[in-house]
Design a protein around this ligand. Structure first.
Ligand SMILES: [Zn+2]
Length: 258
């Protein structure tokens, strides 16, 4: 890994600059979304960039659709598959038009297990995770650490939206428990349109972890913004890697500096 890190060094002052474009993938069962996602995945792979897809199988399961072959296709293109979970209540997905969360510990674990089981069935056991809607429910870190996850991106380095009460921005990557690492997300795609998205710093490592949704690709401006980042970040010296690779570099940085 040391060798690889030297390879990553692109900053003039010995700073490793890594950027990750991550997609919260909730609608891969929709053919229009999938077509746009596959095009982006192919283009990124052709540029030597690894994307991270945090997949939320919930709506596909609710629609009776099987997204396994699509998820495997993304993995075969070299991209990382992580897990994304919203803690929807028991009525969501069953009662048309109803969508609400339920952070009761039993419901949280049920939703986490459902999504993880779907990804395991697809043959891509996830190691990275991000919650939906800025949630970080009690018991989440414990569940992740106990189910083979190595990092979480649910926290953000920027101010929460006004409806996310109780959340505060996270300053920097840190260990949560039992080797599970928190690698905060640094910017939503909308902040990246026309400018470079926010970054975070940890020792000799600077990173950007940008997120958007899979169906954002149906929006011409957002699709253009992603294309812009794919081109401009390497040009500015940021190597495009998966979120998992950023997490691994954060881990080494934290362990080196105790
Ligand atoms: Zn989501």
């Amino acid at each position: 890994m040391r060798q690889e890190r030297r390879f990553y060094k692109t900053g003039g002052l010995g700073v490793t600059r890594l950027a990750s474009l991550t997609l919260h993938a909730e609608k891969l069962h929709r053919d229009d979304v999938w077509a746009a996602v596959e095009r982006l995945a192919q283009r990124a792979a052709g540029l030597g960039a690894r994307l991270t897809f945090f997949v939320h199988p919930f709506w596909a399961l609710a629609a009776g659709a099987d997204i396994a072959t699509r998820v495997v296709r993304l993995a075969e293109l070299g991209h990382e598959i992580g897990q994304h979970t919203h803690y929807y209540d028991a009525r969501t997905g069953r009662v048309p038009g109803h969508k609400a969360g339920d952070l009761d510990p039993g419901n949280v674990v049920r939703r986490l297990e459902e999504d993880r089981a779907a990804l395991e069935r697809a043959g891509v056991p996830p190691r990275g995770f991000v919650s939906g809607a800025w949630a970080f429910p009690e018991g989440l870190a414990e569940w992740l650490a106990g189910h083979g996850f190595t990092y979480d991106c649910s926290l953000r380095t920027y101010a929460p939206p006004s409806n996310a009460s109780g959340m505060t921005p996270a300053a920097a990557p840190h260990f949560l428990r039992d080797g599970l690492l928190e690698v905060p997300t640094t910017a939503p795609l909308r902040r990246a349109i026309g400018l470079l998205p926010g970054s975070a710093r940890l020792g000799d490592l600077a990173y950007r972890l940008v997120y958007c949704h899979d169906d954002d690709l149906l929006d011409l401006r957002k699709r253009a913004a992603l294309g812009y980042l794919l081109a401009i970040l390497p040009f500015r010296g940021w190597r495009l890697v998966s979120a998992g690779e950023i997490a691994q570099c954060c881990r080494e940085e934290l362990m080196r500096h105790g």
